[in-house]
Ligand binder design. Structure first.
Ligand code: AMP
Ligand code: GLY
Length: 430
């Protein structure tokens, strides 16, 4: 296969790394890719941005590529799945209708209700006045969600009605997120621990990957602003292998049934963001792609002889029940190194060193996935907020954590930042 891999993050480097190991894969064209994909076997970077669907498809056709793997949500929401179908290109990802599960919080909530999936109770508003009246009547904590894609900035956890009114005014009157907040969802505030459950989907069946836990806040102990994710590990205590089928049946399979009934079978990876509340598991959100950084530890755990290309083909063609999917028994943990001021504004072009030394120090147990990096005169420099995802395997979580942090000490970049407590939530249950 000759693949177009769309995206430029740690997730895409991990996808290129695993796909390049498949005997079925001849070439990977990463658009736009990063410093890590540029150094991956069989892989080259192509300077087309991830959201430019027309250009991506034109490139794939011109190069006679024969399989498309969109990493991030933007191309999926922009209709890359539909454009691939029109061009006769198989695509490991859903069409734009299904991608609304991530692209529209209102759509997602309606599909959850129709499918009978447990979730926070909520109300939808298209006007500031009505939303404000609802908030005043409730007079307590509430979660505000802008309907559209907002790069992680569309959710406000308001502790009081006053905070909620300020948030609503920013979103709906000041329009700080533009059209993304044309409608808002006001949602009950849930308490609990968050877990990511991802599943391979072939339109009918869902095969869950092992569970993972992300760390969304920028600082230790979940303090500071939300980010794309500062680290992740797999598996989690709350969702061990023996419970995966049950939780998948509760939170993912009903969505596949609904999407198929709507004439849009979901193919690719469906990701449920779950909250383990005192009243059971509830779905916070769906993503229509691999999580980043969850993808990095999850793909590290995919068994060495397990072919990701074969799994993706089974998802696209149907017949996922016949695919052989196996995971290493080890735990995996990924620590993200970011630029110091991420998720605010930060400089690019800073030199990153020690990557090869770190991998050499822990053979077979450590992989440094690049995220926001580029190669400049053959050297790695930073090119984004999240720069690296240093990912380790260990016979238990403690060992994976120790290896990842030992490797972190060997890597340096001026003005970098990383959390020191990735995985602690899993350990604290010992
Ligand atoms: P979402 O984009 O819906 O996943 O929301 C981003 C983050 O906001 C989640 O990862 C949670 O930490 C938090 N969040 C979302 N919905 C709720 C809710 N109903 N109650 C409490 N926290 C929430
Ligand atoms: N790690 C969270 C996400 O990919 O959305």
């Amino acid at each position: 296969m000759r693949i177009l891999l769309i995206g430029s993050g740690g997730r895409e480097h991990a996808l290129a790394w695993k796909l390049s190991q498949s005997p079925l894969v001849e070439e990977i064209h990463a658009a736009p890719g990063n410093g890590g994909t540029a150094q991956t076997p069989k892989t080259r970077n192509v300077p087309i941005a991830a959201g430019q669907v027309k250009e991506l498809i034109a490139y794939a056709l011109e190069q006679k590529l024969d399989f498309v793997v969109p990493g991030p949500e933007l191309p999926l929401v922009n209709g890359v799945g539909d454009a691939c179908a029109r061009a006769g290109l198989p695509c490991f990802g859903p069409d734009a209708y299904c991608a609304q599960l991530e692209g529209s919080k209102v759509f997602s909530k309606e599909i959850m209700a129709e499918s009978g999936v447990p979730t926070a109770s909520s109300a939808i508003f298209a006007s500031y006045e009505q939303a404000a009246a609802y908030v005043k009547a409730k007079d307590g904590p509430v979660v505000i969600k802008a309907d559209g894609l907002a790069s992680g900035k569309g959710v406000i956890i308001a502790a009081s009605a006053a905070e909620a009114l300020k948030g609503l005014s920013d979103l709906m009157l000041e329009k700080t997120l533009g059209a993304a907040a044309g409608r808002v969802l006001l949602e009950e505030t849930l308490q609990g621990e968050e877990i990511s459950l991802l599943a391979f989907c072939d339109g009918e069946r869902a095969v869950p990957l092992p569970s993972a836990q992300d760390h969304k806040r920028v600082f230790d102990n979940d303090k500071g602003p939300n980010t794309g994710g500062m680290g992740a590990y797999s598996p989690t205590r709350l969702l061990p292998a023996e419970k995966l089928a049950e939780i998948c049946e509760l939170t993912i399979t009903p969505i596949l049934r609904t999407m198929k009934a709507h004439g849009h079978p979901f193919k690719g990876v469906l990701y449920a963001g779950l909250m383990y509340t005192p009243h059971g598991v509830k779905v916070l959100e769906y993503n229509v792609r691999f999580g980043d950084p969850e993808c990095q530890p999850l793909l590290m755990r995919l068994a060495p002889d397990c072919d990701l290309m074969e799994i993706m083909l089974a998802c696209v063609r149907g017949g996922l029940d016949g695919a052989s999917i196996a995971y290493r028994p080890e735990n995996a943990l990924c620590v993200v190194m970011s630029a110091k001021d991420y998720p605010g504004s930060y400089p690019r072009g800073l030199p990153v060193s020690g990557l090869e030394e770190a991998e050499r120090a822990f053979p077979e147990r450590l992989k440094v996935f690049h995220a926001g990096t580029a190669l400049k005169d053959g050297r790695t420099v930073s090119n984004g907020g999240r720069v690296l995802g240093v990912t380790a395997l260990g016979k238990n979580l403690r060992e994976a954590q120790a290896t990842a942090y030992a490797a972190m000490k060997m890597i340096s970049m001026p003005d970098s930042h990383y959390r020191l407590d990735i995985g602690n939530k899993g350990l604290n249950r010992d």
